[in-house]
Design a protein around this ligand. Sequence first.
Ligand code: GRG
Length: 293
Amino acid sequence: MRLPPFFEEDRLAVDAALERLLPAQTTQPASLHMAMRYSVFAGGKRIRPILCLETARIFSSDVTATLHPACALEFIHTYSLIHDDLPALDNDDLRRGKPTCHKKFSEAIAILAGDALLTLAFETIGATPAAAERRAAILTEVASSAGTINGMVGGQVADIEAEGKPVDPQMLEYIHRSKTAALIRASITAGALCAGASTEDVARLRRFGETIGWAFQVTDDILDVEESSAALGKTAGKDMAQQKATYPAVYGLERSHQIANDLATKAIAELAPYADRAARLREIAEFLVLRRA
Ligand code: GRG
């Protein structure tokens, strides 16, 4: 599927901001900064920062300040992938088509690069050129989405503990909404908060984010079955091999496609009040369920 042209423009703006915000790889400790940069610039799609920027654009034509939370979300996302690939978690050798951080450097450096990216994310949000109340609201939103209660780390623990067990649909929903949808939701609400959206708009966009983030992970489960490792840039077929709790395992492929499409339709319906101002968000939402990698 072809990416909409604004994706490339946003991606370039995000990459330039990431470049500015990350310590130079010659700065001490150089090995750590090299590993952080290696993983951040390994070729990710930048979906979370693009969602953050395009949500802000609904409310403001100048989204320069939003580059801060947008990059913070990519730092957190990259930390989660580095840690997820570690031998103690998924034990993977390939990520974004390249050796995983611990394979390229060492396990110790990969753990510390993940820790450092998570810390840098909050420093970056703190430095957002926006009013203090907006910065505080973004910090709370992003921290809780990456945390333990209905957040990314909590979902990851449930995911690990569900391996090899019969899958309960309610637990499956909890895992997907916490492990993946929470950070996607925060990418959207952080953009809205940074651009000064009203409480009502933030609540509506939170519903959009929650639902499209869920659809995104259902699609990720489908791609793990339908696509090759070469197309995905990571080891395909791992979910089944590890007996993970996934939508294809519980509902089969056809029904999983239907669920992803229904969730995307429900999410997009939340954007109706913004009419043309949300055209780009709609395009991203469609891309998230139609993508092949
Ligand atoms: C704290 C030890 C420790 C580990 C944390 C929280 C965690 C490990 C991992 C997060 C869970 C995780 C990896 C969820 C998967 C989310 C997902 C579908 C990632 C792929 O996202 P894309 O497609 O990736 O946006 P790119 O490569 O394009 O950036």
